[in-house]
Design a protein around this ligand. Structure first.
Ligand SMILES: O=c1ccn([C@@H]2O[C@H](COP(=O)(O)O)[C@@H](O)[C@H]2O)c(=O)[nH]1
Length: 236
């Protein structure tokens, strides 16, 4: 049996580009190949919020990866501002107070809050260096459980952890959003917990986040199409 799922719904293209014009060019180049975009620090701190608002109004699914973490009032008010952009997803760091404030801020809106557990550029040594007790697996699991209890809509983790999280009882309604995706042969860069697109889908990732393997490719549209083909084949 083949899947009816549109593979484009599984792929967030990270618009980590230095200017609005570069981002506009990439979105035009990708055309219908991409329906979901992520905007992070690089574009977000310049024209990215307005551009995300524009893309959302044009029918694209927009994910602001702002990784909020601040005092409750600031987080809540920040989330309220993001609600007004019409975006669909927003990240906060997976600290209890921050997650509670974010959930309060998005009350009554359609904005989904995603909790960033342990960055995919970290391994066990990095967690120890940051003063955490426990390894990546334990920390991701504990943070995910806390996030679910608080009412968060999704978890950001590596696709290495998706199976473990479902086995630990993280319910299917919680979206597992996975950066650190690297097609075979792609440059790894600063990522440490990487997974190929097909392995991520096979392992139960709900959404893949891909930046440099697309934005840094000589032919970004071809790179995105190759990832979509890999996703489609795995979905069956
Ligand atoms: O744990 C995390 C959380 C967020 N990210 C973001 O995803 C993209 C990944 O980009 P690549 O170029 O494909 O590495 C980037 O915007 C990160 O800020 C993450 O990598 N890991």
């Amino acid at each position: 049996m083949t899947s009816n799922l549109d593979p484009r719904q599984k792929l967030f293209v990270a618009l980590d580009l230095s200017s609005l014009s570069e981002a506009e060019r990439l979105v035009a180049l990708l055309g219908d190949s991409a329906t979901h975009y992520k905007i992070g620090y690089r574009l977000g701190y310049s024209d990215g919020i307005a551009f995300g608002r524009e893309l959302a109004a044009s029918g694209k699914t927009i994910f602001f990866d702002l990784k909020l973490h601040d005092i409750d009032n600031t987080v809540r008010e920040g989330v309220e501002s993001i609600v007004r952009t019409g975006a669909h997803y927003l990240t906060v760091h997976a600290y209890p107070q921050t997650m509670k404030a974010a959930v309060a801020g998005r009350e009554g809106s359609g904005l989904k809050i995603l909790a960033v557990t342990i960055l995919t550029s970290w391994n066990d040594v990095d967690c120890a260096e940051a003063g955490y007790q426990g390894n990546v697996t334990t920390l991701v699991q504990n943070k995910a459980r806390q996030a679910v209890a608080i009412g968060i809509d999704g978890i950001v983790c590596s696709a290495q952890e998706t199976g473990m999280l479902r086995a630990a009882g993280i319910p299917d309604r919680i979206e597992l959003v996975t950066p650190g995706i690297r097609p075979k042969g792609a440059e790894i860069g600063d990522q440490k917990r990487i997974v190929t697109p097909s392995a991520a889908i096979a392992g139960g990732a709900d959404r893949l986040v891909v930046g440099r393997p697309i934005t840094g490719a000589r032919d970004p549209a071809a790179a995105a199409d190759a990832i979509l083909a890999e996703i489609a084949t795995t979905l069956g």
